[in-house]
Design a protein around this ligand. Structure first.
Ligand code: 5GP
Ligand code: MN
Length: 339
């Protein structure tokens, strides 16, 4: 960390053209860490552009600097131009180029110095020149804080940086409840509040700001779409395109739904399946040492963390449910061993 931080500090010692990118379907950690870093780099005098592979949830749009973000989807020409001119490219919250979809080629073709800051397993060490990888870190946002600290730049922390990083840490720790939340995490959060982050306001803007139809969709999922497999300690929630349309689905509306299935007593493996724009996506969550990233990788061309992963399916929603049911049966002995 220290050697990398010194190398990065040297790289940042003169004004540079910088691009920050993050994984497709950016979540709170992806956007929070990217914007937090952007506000630091701007203070240092750099020209900085965040480019996301695609769109992200509206509940993140209030974050300071959001209106400067370029979505690669639909802005390919300008995004490719900026990327080809960049001298430094930060890769945040992902560690394989497959995670940035169609933007990957532009990154591959760029001569910029690439800097990865990420907490996912098995990083591809060939995609960046300077790599900050910590698979035990709760979030990339916490790592960005640690990198700022290691570069002796904590004096640049201000309210906007603090609020962005707070969002990243809060969302990736399930509001500080996952096992990845450590004493260090709480120390970092204390520093962010000291720097001006309004914690209660942030929780409200992220979690208590839903459309009525989103809450109604949640009610529908829990009442009518929850399949329980108590002998296997598993639960599935699924939604089709038609059902999402019925509840006026907007990007981000189903975020967190999978956790309700996992909140049921005895459930150790929760699967949320949703068909969005013709693509069937899965969110997998577990308790204990049941490694859903291995399931995501083996069966759904995906990955993620041990207890929180995602992937996709080429089958219909119904056939995906059947495939998941087979997996639940196959892993019954592991699932029933977890305390
Ligand atoms: P979510 O279920 O919230 O979409 O994603 C949970 C976790 O799984 C995140 O850490 C995310 O990085 C990872 N993840 C989600 N979808 C994919 C995917 O398609 N491929 C890989 N490798 N990881 C994914
Ligand atoms: Mn993350």
């Amino acid at each position: 960390m220290i050697k990398n931080a010194q190398e990065l500090k040297l790289l940042l010692s003169s004004p540079k053209k910088i691009v920050i990118t993050t994984h497709k379907g950016p979540d709170g950690d992806a956007i929070g860490s990217s914007l937090g870093l952007l506000h630091l780099l701007k203070q240092l005098g750099h020209e900085v552009q965040i480019i996301t592979p695609n769109e992200y949830a509206k509940f993140l749009h209030w974050l300071p600097g959001n209106n400067t973000v370029i979505n690669y989807n639909g802005n390919e020409i300008i995004a490719n131009k900026i990327t080809s001119q960049a001298e430094i490219i930060f890769l945040l919250d992902f560690s394989h180029l497959s995670r940035i979809a169609t933007y990957a080629d532009a990154i591959k073709n760029s001569n910029a110095t690439k800097v990865m800051i990420d907490h996912h397993q098995d990083p591809d060490m060939d995609i960046a020149d300077i790599i900050f990888s910590d698979i035990s870190a709760c979030s990339t946002a916490q790592m960005v804080f640690e990198v700022i600290e290691a570069m002796d730049m904590s004096n640049y922390l201000n309210k906007v940086i603090a609020e962005c990083l707070y969002v990243g840490i809060m969302t990736d720790t399930g509001s500080f409840k996952y096992a990845s939340t450590t004493a260090k995490t709480h120390h970092v959060i204390a520093e962010l509040i000291n720097a001006g982050a309004e914690n209660a306001k942030i929780h409200d803007l992220i979690y208590d700001n839903s459309s009525a139809t989103r809450i109604q969709l949640l009610g529908y999922c829990l009442n009518e779409k929850l399949r329980l497999y108590p002998e296997n300690n598993a639960a599935i929630i699924s939604l089709t395109d038609e059902e999402l349309k019925r509840f006026e689905f907007k990007k981000g509306d189903t975020e967190g739904f999978v956790n309700y299935a996992l909140a049921i007593e005895g459930i150790k493996f929760a699967i949320f399946i949703a068909e969005k724009d013709g693509i069937v996506k899965l969110s997998l969550r577990s308790k204990g040492d049941f490694k859903v990233n291995q399931i995501a990788n083996k069966y759904f061309s995906g990955g993620g963390h041990m207890n929180a992963s995602g992937g996709m399916s080429e089958l219909s929603v119904n056939d995906t449910i059947i495939k998941v049911e087979k997996i639940i049966i196959k892993y019954k002995s592991e699932l029933t061993k977890i305390n």
